[in-house]
Design a protein around this ligand. Structure first.
Ligand code: UGB
Length: 602
């Protein structure tokens, strides 16, 4: 025991002394070397142990395990050990769905039926450093035509699934649980967003917030914990990654509770994919019909795109697994195993490895069994930035990280691990990159920006309506914030209107048309487009009990798209990162507040 600590022992409780012993056993003497005599900074010394206690209790196996894991991973990293040593990658086979065909429609029906046995988990602890947005990402408008934020859209989608699923099964009391994983960076703002919007219509008791703790930073190859340069009684911490969601769910006791209430599926999703719920019903249908313990959603991936590749890995000893290989590791792995071009597109123009969109559907029973063994610990990695090639010192402190999609790594070979590939236009349009970085994305690769994320929603809705045989005009090409995108009619609807393709098909008749400059907002469940010819802006709102037929020719000046620059600080940040805003010149807005049949004809 170093002398400065020994002199202060009287200040510490029994539990704190035990924590101190653990730290000393793990080579952390330096944490106490600067401690002054008792009487100086005593409160700070105690609060140091409060933090140590938090770091210890929030990591599976405690802080000693964290330090030991770190020592091993740092030694491997220094030795240049490849985490995929002994594994050969190959292209896996999975379910490939075609939007709108009979198989898709039937899987959607199965998925909606299963939804009442599901729970949803949103990982929203990331600050979105790549996007550079100051607020929380789930508060960003998904699109600015309706102005609804991502969180509102997710909640409305879950409620729409709940309602449709219960209706199918002839019951009305099931509430689909919704968990949001936050972090210190996002927790308060997420709660504020929910509370100030009455949980967007969800029962507050349906929503559970689980806050992930950061992990201790590591100062050197011996895994000595880094002290905060501004506070020598504080260990520096950084986020551990979205993989924390598994240990948090395990320690929360929620999994057992869900099991006891008949839940069967846990669906994980990320913070800013505005198209995701187009894919949920059919993907859940795949999980149920194939009996998958793990089902990852995937889309065709452009080589070098910053999304992981789903890969089959075969070890020299015969083991195989189908797993996400992260984007920064796929290229070196391929090069090291006889593919001199590395991560490259094949003749289809895409990488042969489907892109992981980090939407996972896990079967609850096997998930609980696995977590009983691992307590939710996920295989970790470390990514230190070394000062030079001797790899003996770091430029800045590092930490262990983990990813939620690495969950299958510990599963036995008997586990049924599959994946489902869908069209990108239907299922994936995340908002991750700031305008400057997006503008530098090589031509043909997705921007993953606020601009492309919003335009993708109009495109998807237009293509869905086209498939339902409405006549939707071709898009025009325009450039916003240096990104060339297709601009389709600004069509948006509430999730209860168009939850599945079958729903949309039943509400759109072939004789309806929408011009490219139009805006169409549909808010209500029983609204049917029948003989509508739209050239302008139309907003239709209705209560559930109303049945509204929308017909006739609607023409007005509509809403114009105005270019703005992302550097124009006179515009709000959530608007200028898109590079455009809407000038609402003229529109027709109709509200049906009374039950019964109505016909909207201009
Ligand atoms: N997140 C947390 O909740 N906590 C954390 O500590 C960190 C993040 P990023 P990333 O689909 O586009 C992932 O940063 O990690 C949340 C997959 O790894 O947006 O670079 C955060 O709030 C990759 O394989 O993504 O890449 C957000 O909701 C690929 O699938 C989510 O985790 C890629 O996403 C993802 O965080 C993708």
């Amino acid at each position: 025991c170093p002398a400065p600590l020994r002199r202060n022992l009287q200040l510490l409780s029994h539990d704190q002394v035990e924590l101190a012993k653990m730290l000393l056993n793990e080579g952390q003497t330096h944490l106490f070397e600067h401690w002054p005599e008792p009487g100086v900074d005593d409160d700070k010394k105690r609060s140091f142990f409060d933090q140590v206690h938090r770091l210890h209790s929030s990591y599976p196996g405690g802080l000693a395990s964290y330090i030991r894991n770190a020592k091993k991973l740092l030694a491997d990293s220094r030795a240049g050990k490849n985490p995929y040593d002994g594994f050969t990658p190959s292209v896996p086979s999975g379910e490939v769905l075609t939007f709108g065909d009979d198989n898709f429609v039937s899987l959607e029906a199965t998925g909606v039926k299963e939804a009442r046995n599901a729970v949803f988990v949103l990982v929203a602890g990331g600050l979105g450093e790549r996007l550079g947005y100051k607020g929380i990402k789930v508060a960003l408008p998904r699109e600015i035509t309706s102005g609804k934020c991502f969180l509102q859209h997710y909640i409305e989608s879950i409620l729409a699934l709940q309602e449709a699923s219960c209706k199918m099964e002839g019951e009305c009391h099931t509430q689909i649980p919704f968990v949001i994983m936050t972090s210190d960076d996002t927790n308060a703002l997420t709660i504020k967003l929910l509370e100030s919007n009455a949980y967007f219509g969800m029962e507050p008791s349906q929503v559970k917030i689980l806050k992930q703790e950061k992990v201790a930073c590591l100062a050197d190859n011996d895994a000595r914990l880094a002290l905060d340069p501004n506070d020598m009684y504080k260990i520096q911490t950084k986020p551990h990654g979205h993989g924390d969601v598994h240990s948090l769910l395990y320690s929360s006791g929620l999994l057992e509770h869900w099991k006891s209430t008949g839940r069967k599926w846990v669906l994980f999703f990320q913070d800013t994919n505005g198209l995701l719920f187009n894919a949920i019903p059919s993907a859940l249908g795949v999980s149920a019909s194939k009996g998958y313990n793990v089902n990852s959603l995937a889309v065709p991936r452009k080589a070098k795109e910053a999304i992981g590749g789903i890969t089959k890995l075969t070890h020299l000893d015969g083991r195989t697994m189908v797993i996400n290989v992260e984007y920064n590791q796929l290229d070196p792995l391929l090069r090291a195993t006889g593919h001199p071009d590395g991560d490259a597109n094949c003749e289809t123009g895409y990488s042969p490895y489907p892109g992981n969109i980090n939407q996972l559907i896990l079967e609850l029973g096997p998930y609980i069994e696995e977590l009983k063994k691992t307590h939710g610990a996920i295989s970790e990695f470390v990514n230190p930035k070394y000062t030079d090639s001797t790899k003996s010192a770091f430029k800045s402190s590092t930490r262990l990280e983990c990813m939620m999609q690495d969950y299958p790594k510990t599963l036995p070979p008997t586990a049924k691990v599959g994946f489902t590939v869908m069209d990108t236009w239907l299922a994936y349009a995340p908002v991750k990159n700031n305008p400057e970085d997006a503008a530098k994305v090589p031509k043909g690769n997705p921007y993953h920006s606020a601009t492309s994320g919003e335009m993708a929603i109009y495109r998807a809705n237009s293509l869905i309506l086209r498939k339902a045989s409405a006549q939707i005009a071709d898009p025009v090409i325009d450039t916003f914030n240096g990104q060339e995108v297709e601009v389709w009619a600004r069509i948006t609807w509430s999730p209860r209107w168009g939850l599945t393709f079958k729903d949309v098909r039943g509400k759109v008749h072939g004789n309806s048309s929408v011009s490219q400059r139009s805006v169409l907002v549909i808010n209500g469940q029983n609204i049917v487009l029948d003989g509508l010819s739209l050239d302008g802006a139309l907003i239709v709102n209705s209560v559930d009990e109303a049945e509204v037929k929308v017909t006739g020719h609607v023409e007005n000046k509509g809403w114009a798209i105005q270019h703005i620059d992302h550097k124009d600080t006179s515009e709000k940040e959530e608007i200028r990162i898109r590079g455009f805003k809407l000038e609402k010149v003229e529109q027709m807005e109709v509200n049906y507040t009374e039950p019964g049949k109505h016909c909207m004809s201009s």
